[in-house]
Design a protein around this ligand. Structure first.
Ligand SMILES: [Zn+2]
Length: 331
């Protein structure tokens, strides 16, 4: 099956890739798509990992197979915090060979019956969900997201991972991992890049209200736009008499002293809402995006960039492609 998104390159499509957790732990993992698990890949993992192979599964899969999270000391910042009891597929003998471990992993996504797995076994399921990438991106969420690009969307993704250790049995440094990747023609994907790509896949903005506004004999469209990524809203003012969307859209964040109190010397703003509205009426700009003040410091920079890009897209492309009516505005 072809990947829906050309995010990971050929090696991952066929076999394994390296996922580097640059967000939290600095650990690198070998990873592959669960339903394509292959004995040779598992053998490669065991040789370069520490012998443990984890299956990454979603909460739905865990519920379906009656695999519940084991209680552990959550102060330990390792992957085992989300682990369930270990499993082997029912047809395996010892369950420990690379090929039997591949069988166990492959059968996770198709099995419906908790009785299909013996426990304890040799595969360690870790529970996570792709949505965790928004709030607490970890290796399990990233591995599941990568795998989801290669499977039919109606299936729950499963993935398998193993930490990469060096000759001394220590966690490999990224320097060593890079050399390892070249030696074995493997690609390295960073968790932060997985988060970035996940953000791009979704449209986070929804137009929830469209009204007209008269200002100095001009009619403006006023759009209330909700940001689902970080619950907050924007107001977008658009000139109705223009089809020229090549002009600039101004982005302005609410300034209490300048916009509300009218005191301009207290801030660093280039302009304030009132002046932007004059620019809009005079045709110097296409629209004004006015963002109410909220706690911006809690928003990672790349999330802001995503929203900004989608706002520009909303204002410049979607507006001209469709008539502005309330029904047509869900993005
Ligand atoms: Zn200001």
């Amino acid at each position: 099956m072809k990947p829906r998104k050309n995010q990971a390159k050929k090696h991952y499509e066929n076999n394994l890739t390296i996922l580097f957790d640059d967000v939290h732990t600095g650990t690198s993992y070998l990873t592959g798509v669960g339903e394509r698990a292959d004995g040779r890949d598992i053998n490669f993992m065991i040789n370069y990992g520490k012998g443990l192979v984890y299956a990454c599964i979603t909460k739905n899969t865990a519920n379906r197979l009656n695999l519940s999270r084991m209680d552990r000391d959550i102060s330990h910042k390792n992957t085992l915090n989300t682990s369930t009891v270990s499993i082997d597929y029912k047809t395996t003998t010892t369950g420990i060979s690379a090929f039997e471990r591949a069988d166990t992993i492959k059968n996770i996504h198709t099995s419906r019956n908790p009785g299909d797995f013996k426990r304890p076994g040799h595969i360690f399921p870790l529970i996570g969900q792709v949505e965790d990438l928004l709030t607490k991106p970890d290796i399990v969420a990233a591995a599941l997201e990568l795998a989801s690009n290669f499977i039919d969307p109606i299936h729950e993704p499963t993935s398998f991972i193993s930490e990469i250790l060096d000759h001394n049995g220590e966690v490999s440094s990224i320097h060593d991992v890079k050399k390892f990747a070249v030696r074995h023609s493997l690609e390295i994907i960073k968790v932060s890049d997985v988060v970035h790509n996940y953000l791009q896949k979704k449209e986070w903005l929804e137009v929830i209200e469209v009204t007209d506004m008269r200002l100095f004999n001009h009619t403006l469209k006023v759009l209330k736009v909700h940001n689902h990524l970080y619950p907050s809203s924007f107001t977008v003012y658009l000139h109705t008499n223009t089809n020229d969307y090549s002009k600039r859209t101004a982005f302005h964040t609410e300034c209490i002293s300048g916009d509300v109190l009218g005191v301009n010397h207290e801030c660093d703003c280039h302009k304030h809402l009132k002046e932007y509205m004059y620019d809009l009426i005079n045709g110097q700009i296409t629209g004004v995006v006015y963002r109410q003040k909220y706690n911006e410091s809690s928003i990672p920079l790349h999330y802001e960039n995503t929203i900004e890009q989608q706002l520009i897209d909303l204002v410049t492309n979607k507006m001209k492609a469709r008539p502005i009516t309330k029904d047509s505005m869900t993005v």
